[in-house]
Design a protein around this ligand. Sequence first.
Ligand code: NAP
Length: 244
Amino acid sequence: MAKTALITGASRGIGRELALRLADEGNNIVVNYLFEDEDYAGAVAEIEKKGVKAIAIKADVSKFGEVEAMMKQTVETFGSIDILVNNAGITRDGLLARMKEEDFDAVINVNLKSVFNCCRHAVPYMMKQRSGCIINMASVVGLCGQGGQTNYSASKAGMIGFTKSLAKEIGSRNITVNAVAPGFVETPMTDAMPQKAREEILGSIPLRRGGSVDDIADAVAFLASEAASYITGHVLSVNGGMYM
Ligand code: NAP
């Protein structure tokens, strides 16, 4: 029977590629998105061409009630939730001395509280099924820090602690919880960076290139596969050697 994979923030960027890759593996897909534009409809159409079922659910992952409704709709539609990828994320970069309170709160809420919201509402279904796989999209800066990103780094480091704690809590129910920590990946998020900063980062990567969305999808597909069924509480760095 086909499994169900829900990917948050799957209308574009890394999330969209993850949804396509998990569809290639035969999973039915839930595309979560927030803003009303054409992207999510395009993602669903592309996924359905692969012969699996897909639906899009609009939900702000930072909102507890909206996430609860999304998980309920997922299980009502497909009968289970087997793979949860907490991918949605934002940046509001700035030096601490000038950072606005709302920019700190927004990043923590969308990047970290969302992981609590999604796991809180998906895990009871997974516990009942006695199986599940949760993958949290962290970042290299959650491991090594980055000036100008205290809010973002804190959210990603928090996600890593959350991953390890939950892995200990629900391992006995046959549910794995892991994190992927990408380095610099070419997406709309990094396209927004100044050219000089981009060049400096690329020059500092031992493999001398930015990561592609495919590189991240390979790691997520592995962690979601049977081949990774004995891996939990792990942080898989996919960063070209940027941080070891
Ligand atoms: P992106 O292109 O900016 O896409 C972000 C996605 O998150 C979009 O689909 C967006 O939905 C969704 N989103 C934002 N706020 C949301 C909310 N409140 N509720 C639901 N969805 C929301 O970013 P990306 O580069 O693909 O990054 C994906 C993940 O990888 C993020 O967690 C990011 O921190 C992490 N990451 C990225 C890099 C990199 O170099 N790109 C490196 C390390 C880690 P809408 O389209 O509806 O706005």
